[in-house]
Design a protein around this ligand. Structure first.
Ligand code: GLU
Length: 495
């Protein structure tokens, strides 16, 4: 075995990639990159019934989105391939055969019905659950006869009945399990597929994995794996079980705490670099206080010595804050480009596509400071893209003014704007600011009415910049439409 560090991320394609699972991938990757080792992706698809179509793609997309690249695995290959367990069945069969031949495993013919009955009985008698080892001592002829009669069978590991299995976990320290608490677990299922336990140890050995970094929930599987390593005559890797992810209420992170698939975060408009920074702090820290770090800094400083054993809290408010910081930090061209797919997706269908990047570049500075996620942008900027606004007369009339005054404001503004040779932020300000005094209204009232008339909304980016981007023609047209709406409203009150 080489001295080089080799770690793996071994997802089961049974659903969309949960953030906790991606955190495991990230920590493996950071560990490999910090030590100049290899990061391997292996697809553990031996649970045929639970395999979900499209899940492998989603998992790989999630990694790619975050910039987590793999040295060996699906798509890139490698000298230990294939990296998909369903294509490696012969290796698990050979391992099971060896274990049977040396007496470390045996065929079990117990039917699912019998196992159900056994479990019910155990529950009734308050006994610990686990296989009662009925087939453990079947003789070879007895076993063969059952097989010949057409019975289905699985292969079980012959767990030692006494003694302890102990190991050192890099994060948790010394851990020990009584062998008597571990039953004769299945290693090959009746469909001929291996269970996770067998496939995992065969592959970790064959792929020369040096360190297994995985979620805490697998800690109790580790003694089984160590027993298998021993029986196979393999040297086990080192283990590090990563802390569990918790919601802010300190219960295990789940759907209840909001979205959990990495793809959903992508779709909501979190930036991958913010997400990576945030995920890296779920269980690891540089010094207990530094929050914002580039991926380079994280790689440089990532050691298992700074991974906690206690649960890590997933705080979405912190993620939102961090994402806002990363968004504000983007150069305007970069920000504009990242906004494009969100606008393409979220603007109303009648807005003509493809959108103009040059136009988006003009709008982008007006919203960059104001959003925490890119999916907020379409709603904030929709009025820049649609042709016809729908006015609510109530928002056109600013607080403490009348419909009449509002009309005067809009009519006067129209006159002023028409005269303007160029429609820039500065020239708009020069004309509009003194207008309030001339009309004896507050600037807030004047600007409020103009904002509502040109954007259709009371909340919008800074007025003069907004109007400059909209352009003279569109602003004048909108103000005229707003006036028409006010006229109609007046007729109604009069009538
Ligand atoms: N396939 C397992 C999972 O889905 C891998 C566990 C391990 O890393 O050993 O998490």
């Amino acid at each position: 075995m080489s001295d080089k560090i080799r770690v793996r991320y071994a997802p089961s394609p049974t659903g969309y990639p949960h953030v906790g699972n991606i955190r495991t991938a990230l920590f493996n990757w950071l560990f490999a990159r910090h030590h100049g080792g290899s990061f391997i992706v292996r697809i553990e698809d031996t649970d045929v019934a639970r395999t979900v179509e499209g899940a492998v793609e989603a998992i790989l997309d999630g990694l790619r989105w975050l910039g987590i690249d793999w040295d060996e695995g699906p798509e890139v290959g490698g000298k230990f391939g294939p990296y998909v367990q369903s294509q490696r069945l012969d290796k698990y069969k050979a391992a099971a055969k060896k274990l049977i031949e040396q007496g470390d495993a045996y065929y079990c013919y117990c039917t699912p019905e019998r196992l159900d009955e056994m479990r019910n009985e155990q529950m009734k008698n308050k006994q610990p659950p686990g296989y009662d080892r009925r087939c453990r001592d079947l003789s070879v002829p007895e076993s063969t006869l059952k097989w010949m009669s057409g019975m289905k069978r699985v292969v079980r590991f012959r767990t030692p009945l006494a003694g302890k299995t102990a190991f050192h976990d890099i994060i948790r320290g010394d851990v020990s399990f009584e062998n008597s608490t571990i039953d004769d677990f299945v290693i090959i299922k009746s469909d001929g597929f291996p269970t996770y336990h067998l496939a995992s140890i065969v592959d970790d050995h064959e792929m020369e994995i040096t360190h297994v970094l995985r979620a805490e929930e697998w800690l109790s599987s580790t003694p089984r794996h160590l027993m298998l390593y021993k029986a196979m005559g393999y040297k086990p890797p080192e283990f590090a079980h990563l802390p569990m992810l918790l919601g802010t209420d300190r219960s295990k992170l789940s759907k209840r705490h909001g979205s959990v698939s990495i793809i959903e975060y992508k779709e909501q408009g979190y930036l991958p670099e913010a997400m990576l920074n945030f995920l890296s702090l779920l269980g690891w820290s540089l010094d207990g206080k530094t929050e914002l770090m580039t991926v380079k800094e994280i790689i440089k400083n990532f050691t298992l010595g700074r991974v906690n054993s206690t649960g890590a809290i997933f705080n979405i408010e912190k993620l939102d804050w961090m994402n806002g910081v990363y968004i504000r930090d983007l150069k305007i061209d970069d920000f504009s480009q990242r906004v494009v797919p969100f606008l393409e997706r979220d603007l109303p269908p009648d807005v003509k596509r493809p959108l103009s990047l040059d136009y988006i570049k003009k709008i982008a500075p007006l919203v960059q400071e104001r959003v925490k996620k890119l999916n907020e942008i379409a709603e904030l900027t929709e009025f820049f893209f649609i042709d016809n606004l729908e006015y609510d007369p109530n928002i056109l009339v600013a607080k403490k003014t009348t419909l009449e005054t509002t009309k005067v404001i809009l009519e006067t503004a129209l006159k002023g704007l028409d005269e303007l040779p160029e429609f820039s932020e500065e020239s708009l300000e020069t004309v509009l600011r003194p207008m309030a005094e001339a009309l004896a209204v507050k600037t807030g009232q004047l600007f409020g009415t103009l904002r509502s008339a040109t954007t259709g909304s009371e909340v919008a980016p800074p007025l003069f910049q907004t109007m400059a981007v909209l352009g003279k023609e569109r602003c004048m047209k909108r103000i005229k439409e707003a006036l028409a709406v006010l006229d109609k409203a007046k007729d109604k009150t009069a009538g």
